[in-house]
Ligand binder design. Structure first.
Ligand code: DGL
Length: 281
């Protein structure tokens, strides 16, 4: 069986890349719902529905473990899937399948949050995310569970994902929107010394973000390596799951949009030629 990595579009590739470097032996399926991206401006109900469709689809593609490599989906859909939908799947499966075939779905917010307290000296943390992630308040809620004294300031960046999904993120016009949201965040709390890139698309804007913050004593938290380390740890602790995962070192790429378009955009930041299949969820 495989590990499924899901995102609304290209952003989850930043997580997949780190996971494959950390755990190269496993087989993966990447699914980008590019046809319906961005998710970040959609309602709770729609994000949940799209995410659960994608998770079910990945289960049908023989995935035993699915990483929601999307903060928006993690914020809006993960809890319902873990607490309501998965128990139903397990109940159905147990009638016909081995007990070790239990399916699991994990998100990216909790591992990220747990890494933050060790990184801030001022105790003032900025969160950048999609409107959906920011309005859910998932980051402040989870951060205050692990460290109640932190000051957490959030900033929604509604234009960043559309810039990336349309391939405009390397162009000069994107600088204006990078500066806009960073300036708005820092104006609200100049003591921020740690900024969480709380959307898996945002590392694709990293060169521009770093240029904008040059000279400021601010640490950026990117999620790829954090999530990869946590996944390695999770698999270490779950021998039953590890035992059903195949070890061919392969990755299949699926998109709900045009396969050629995905191949072209994805190959810019993946260092391999990839085969892409268009699918309907
Ligand atoms: N990569 C997704 C995230 O981490 C982007 C969501 C979107 O499609 O707006 O939130």
């Amino acid at each position: 069986m495989r590990i499924g990595i899901f995102d609304s579009g290209y952003g989850g590739l930043t997580i997949l890349d780190s996971i494959r470097k950390r755990l190269p032996g496993y087989d993966y399926v990447y699914l980008g719902d590019n046809a319906r991206a961005p998710y970040g401006t959609r309602s709770f109900e729609v994000i949940y529905r799209y995410t659960w469709q994608a998770v079910r689809y990945l289960f049908e593609q023989d995935c035993a473990l699915i990483i929601l490599a999307c903060n928006t989906a993690s914020a809006k859909a993960l809890r319902t899937i873990q607490q309501h939908d998965l128990p139903e799947v397990w109940a159905r499966d147990n009638g016909q399948m081995r007990t070790q075939d239990l399916r699991r779905v994990l998100g990216v917010i909790r591992p990220t949050v747990e890494s933050v307290p060790a990184q801030t000296s001022s105790g003032h943390v900025g969160i950048l995310g999609t409107p959906g992630t920011i309005s859910s308040d998932s980051y402040p809620i989870e951060l205050h569970k692990v460290c109640p004294d932190l000051t957490v300031v959030q900033q929604a960046c509604p234009m960043w994902v559309p810039l990336i999904e349309s391939g405009e993120h390397r162009n000069d016009g994107a600088d204006w929107f990078v500066a806009k949201y960073l300036n708005e965040l820092l104006a609200r709390d100049p003591q921020i010394d740690t900024i969480v890139l709380g959307c898996t698309h945002y590392p694709l804007l990293l060169p521009k973000i770093q240029r904008q913050l040059a000279g400021l004593p601010i640490r950026l938290v990117c999620q790829g390596d954090i999530v990869a380390d946590r996944l390695a740890d999770y698999l270490q602790r779950h021998a039953d799951l590890r035992g059903v995962l195949s070890q061919g070192g392969q990755c299949r790429y699926l998109t709900t949009e045009d396969a050629d378009k995905f191949r072209q955009s994805a190959s810019v930041f993946l260092s391999e030629l990839i085969d892409v299949t268009r699918v309907e969820l």
